[in-house]
Design a protein around this ligand. Structure first.
Ligand code: CUA
Length: 252
């Protein structure tokens, strides 16, 4: 083989190994993965957000002309999110600006990517496959902040309505005298009650723990807080009293 050809063959072999090495380095050191099409997951038509643990989420994104569901997602900074993407109609793209997530939503398929959100902020999610007249309006947002997570949790709780414990306190008339927001009334407020030190009429102090709260519901005259009158005993089952205490616990 003439010298020039030999050198070209050697250069080609070196090049192939160099490129393979670079791919291996980017996968191992920079977490760059190839977008994956999942063949064992059936395409879904409902979006879903599943919290698998602290800072671990699985999110099923559904794309359709011309939006993504969920349109707003809130996660804590440092969260790892497994994204599954499906489409209800035509092919869409899904790019999360500021990350290396760039997936295609292909009819009949589910695509997957994992992303870790280290930096707090609002991440824009855009469609980058032309999908019709409003393609340029197709977007969603991922809010990476503790405040956004708290706001989303509060909104979800408001949708669900009052907890069983709160309903029982309302039905039995407790909240007519005991406020839940710290407002002073004819009885001590429930806000911040749990775990606090109570001074009783005889000058002794107790900690408002589970036992104290249950006793105060079942035998109110046993320990009366200084400056207040004993309330009449409540005819509630021990099970209901527990639910009430659980709710009061949450009013920090
Ligand atoms: Cu969806 Cu472009």
């Amino acid at each position: 083989m003439p010298g020039l050809e030999k050198r070209i063959v050697i250069a080609a072999i070196v090049f192939v190994f160099a490129v393979t090495g670079l791919i291996a380095i980017s996968v191992r050191s920079f977490g760059i993965g190839l977008p994956t099409c999942l063949t064992d997951v059936r395409p879904f038509r409902e979006s879903k957000v599943i919290q698998q643990g602290p800072k671990r989420y699985e999110v099923h994104y559904v794309s359709q002309m011309w939006n993504f569901e969920p349109a707003d997602l809130a996660v804590e900074p440092g969260s790892t999110v497994d994204l599954y993407l499906s489409t209800k109609d035509v092919t869409h793209g899904m790019q999360i600006v500021g990350t290396n997530v760039n997936l295609m939503a292909v009819p009949g398929a589910v695509n997957y990517a994992r992303v870790k959100f280290d930096k707090p902020g609002d991440y824009l999610v855009v469609c980058n496959e032309y999908c019709g007249v409003a393609h340029h309006n197709m977007a969603a947002r991922i809010h990476v902040s503790n405040e956004a997570v708290a706001a989303a949790a509060a909104a979800a709780a408001a949708l669900k309505g009052p907890s069983p414990g709160q309903q029982l306190l309302d039905q039995n008339g407790c909240t007519a005298c005991h406020s839940i927001d710290g407002t002073a009334s004819t009885a001590p407020t429930f806000k911040g009650l749990y775990g606090s030190k109570r001074t009783l009429a005889d000058g002794s102090t107790v900690t408002a723990d589970d036992e104290y709260l249950l006793q105060s519901i079942e035998m109110p005259e046993a320990k009366v807080v200084k400056g207040f009158d004993a309330m009449p005993p409540l005819p509630v089952s021990p099970e209901d009293a527990r639910k009430m205490v659980e709710f009061i616990k949450g009013l920090r």
